[in-house]
Design a binder for this molecule. Structure first.
Ligand code: AMP
Ligand code: GLY
Length: 430
């Protein structure tokens, strides 16, 4: 069949690499399309120009190219209802409906759902005015977490350690800093523990665990400096023991999927859980309605199953009939090479060389923000490359990833040198 992948980052490069190996594309003439794709994705897919916000154009392309599966990478087209448009036209799509994507699109929606389904998460108040927010802050006290309700490109959350910070965050939101995303806010109890991410696939009814990962959000070594979209990640997250994983599945994921189905908005796609591993068990911090970036890069380095068949089974509501995903017990670790200046204004246009040398030892360099400038590969984003390697231990995977980083020639790039530090320290401690 023909498959269309939407997106242009490192997550989509990893998805394209794995989809290209699928049996779904085994027949002569079967084509993987990517829109818009990037120079790394172009090694696995035919890149086409297509605006995911233009549903009619996407539908016309699917009809012309007889697309048998659409895989949506980022959240914005899902929150915007693209999956509904495709399903309405009979095109199988991996990704939730607009109603179900509210799990990521509205923090208040998710908190209310957790309350209805008795899912462990921090206490909260939904507020839609500055005065109501201030009253809630007075009840919660510091530390406290303030979240703009809607999609805010990862910038809508403030973990306030003092009341002054909390009041400033509330003032920002209700002064319109996040536009419509900040018309409402959630004031939330501060949770303490180690964070881990967990991913599950569902077709709306059947749920299968996918894999776990941990990322590094701060820009600097030792988890210092401003927050970013993620400077590196590894999978699995060993802190999420099989017992904790089972608890997250039965107490959080299964009731979420069941409640959404019971309420007429079945969730189909991948559920990405941000978890806080507290003293009293895993609590939900947030849901995302798509694969993580760069978590996907490390999970797919370990995946042994056919990705295309799994995603199509979700889209076609027959997940129970396929073999659950299998993963290597190895660790995969990715180091993000960012352009100098990130997460502020990144320096664009820096030349990138040495990718073949970096990949010679088995590492993979996923393109996150690159473009071709007269056939020369250059940086075109904040996060530019995801240098990803496998090892039997985190220590081995980390050494292999940094050996690949050191083989790259990207003078305008930088990376953290300590990705995986928690696990490496735990391995050293025996
Ligand atoms: P979110 O966008 O909801 O993932 O929040 C961004 C980050 O803020 C999370 O990864 C956590 O580090 C932190 N955070 C969010 N909610 C809480 C909470 N209730 N308690 C402590 N930290 C939180
Ligand atoms: N790495 C976090 C995310 O994809 O949202």
């Amino acid at each position: 069949m023909n498959i269309l992948l939407l997106g242009s980052g490192g997550r989509e490069h990893a998805l394209a690499w794995r989809l290209a190996q699928s049996r779904l594309l085994a027949n002569d003439g079967d084509t993987l399309y990517a829109a818009p794709g990037n120079p790394g994705i172009a090694a696995h897919a035919t890149c086409v120009k297509l605006d995911a916000a233009d549903h009619a154009a996407v539908l016309a392309f699917c009809e012309e190219q007889r697309i048998g599966l659409v895989v949506v990478g980022p959240e914005a087209p899902l929150v915007d209802g693209l999956a509904d448009s495709l399903r309405g036209a009979g095109v199988p799509v991996f990704g939730p409906s607009q109603a179900a994507a509210q799990l990521e699109g509205s923090k208040g929606f998710t908190k209310d759902l957790c309350a209805r389904a008795n899912i462990p998460t921090g206490g909260y108040a939904r507020v839609s005015s500055h005065a109501a927010a201030m009253a809630a802050l007075a009840r919660f006290g510091a530390p406290v977490v303030i979240k703009a309700d809607g999609l805010a490109a990862g910038k809508g959350v403030t973990v306030a350690m003092t009341m002054a910070e909390a009041e400033a965050a509330v003032a920002d939101i209700f002064a319109g800093r996040f536009g419509a995303a900040g018309a409402e806010a959630v004031i939330e109890e501060f949770l303490e523990g180690e964070e881990a991410s967990f991913f599950a696939l569902t077709d709306g009814h059947t749920v299968v665990p996918f894999a776990s990962a941990q990322d590094h959000k701060r820009v600097g070594d030792g988890d210092t400096g401003p927050n970013t979209g993620g400077m590196g990640a590894y999978s699995p997250a060993r802190v999420l023991t099989p017992a904790l994983e089972a608890e997250a599945l039965t107490r959080i994921i299964v009731p979420t999927v069941k409640t959404l189905a019971d309420e007429g908005m079945p969730y189909s796609g991948v559920l990405f859980l941000g978890l806080m591993l507290t003293a009293t068990g895993p609590q939900l911090i947030e849901y995302n309605c798509r694969f993580g970036d760069p978590e996907t890069q490390v999970m797919l380095m370990r995946l042994e199953s056919d990705l295309g068949e799994l995603l199509l089974a979700c889209a076609e509501n027959r997940l129970a009939a396929v073999e659950p995903p299998r993963f290597s017990p190895d660790t995969a670790l990715t180091v993000v090479m960012a352009a100098q200046g990130y997460p502020g204004t990144p320096k664009q246009g820096g030349t990138i060389g040495g990718i073949a040398a970096a990949e010679a030892g088995g590492a993979r360099v996923f393109h996150a923000g690159t473009t071709l400038n007269d056939d020369v590969l250059v940086a075109s984003g904040g996060r530019v490359l995801n240098v990803t390697a496998r090892g039997r231990t985190v220590t081995e995977a980390q050494a292999a990833a940094y050996a690949a980083v050191d083989a790259l020639d990207f003078p305008d790039g930088f990376c953290r040198r300590d990705i995986g530090w928690r696990e490496v320290a735990r391995e050293k401690g025996g």
